[in-house]
Write a protein that binds this ligand. Structure first.
Ligand SMILES: Cc1cc2nc3c(=O)[nH]c(=O)nc-3n(C[C@H](O)[C@H](O)[C@H](O)COP(=O)(O)OP(=O)(O)OC[C@H]3O[C@@H](n4cnc5c(N)ncnc54)[C@H](O)[C@@H]3O)c2cc1C
Length: 133
């Protein structure tokens, strides 16, 4: 650790990706993790690479990574990270849900994401097996 140029606290995806990219530039990095690598949200998530409904502070990285990092990551790492771009469908049932979805769409549009609120019929076209409820 004494030889590290950079010490990163936390071995989640952010800490590990930062360490990887610094190491690629020849910088000596040490990652300090209190449990084990990936012990936090990074090993518990749904596996979606999501841009929408993020904290606005995360948006620049989310947008950049979908455009520039994820598409070439399997080739770069020499392993299949199972990344595919398919979009994201969020469902709402109540007026409160719909308000939340409207807010997500407005937020996404403000940073250039192609989001829309779909009618029930349009949702069925995208995903015919969604319940009528
Ligand atoms: C249930 C769930 C589902 C999710 N689904 C999605 C999804 O489908 N798509 C999506 O884009 N995002 C999803 N997310 C969010 C995504 O997982 C997180 O945004 C991302 O994993 C955060 O990565 P991170 O490296 O910042 O944090 P973490 O992965 O939480 O890593 C932080 C690490 O720091 C360590 N640490 C903390 N404090 C210290 C300390 N003092 N000393 C040493 N180590 C420390 C922790 O042990 C942990 O390993 C989901 C999150 C959850 C919880």
């Amino acid at each position: 650790m004494k030889n590290a140029d950079v010490i990163i606290v936390g071995g989640g995806i952010i800490g590990c990706a930062t360490a990887y990219n610094l190491a690629q530039k020849g910088i000596q990095v040490t990652v300090i993790e209190r449990e084990e690598i990936g012990a936090g949200g990074s090993s518990r998530n749904g596996g979606g690479v999501r841009q929408s409904a993020r904290d606005m502070r995360e948006m620049p990285l989310a947008l950049y990574s979908v455009r520039n990092l994820w598409p070439g990551l399997s080739d770069e790492l020499g392993m299949d990270v199972e990344y595919v771009q398919k979009g994201n469908l969020r469902l709402g049932k109540t007026p409160a849900h719909m308000k939340r979805l409207d807010d997500i769409v407005q937020q996404g549009k403000s940073v250039g994401l192609g989001l829309d609120v779909l009618s029930q019929e349009e949702v069925k076209e995208v995903c015919p097996y969604v319940s009528d409820e």
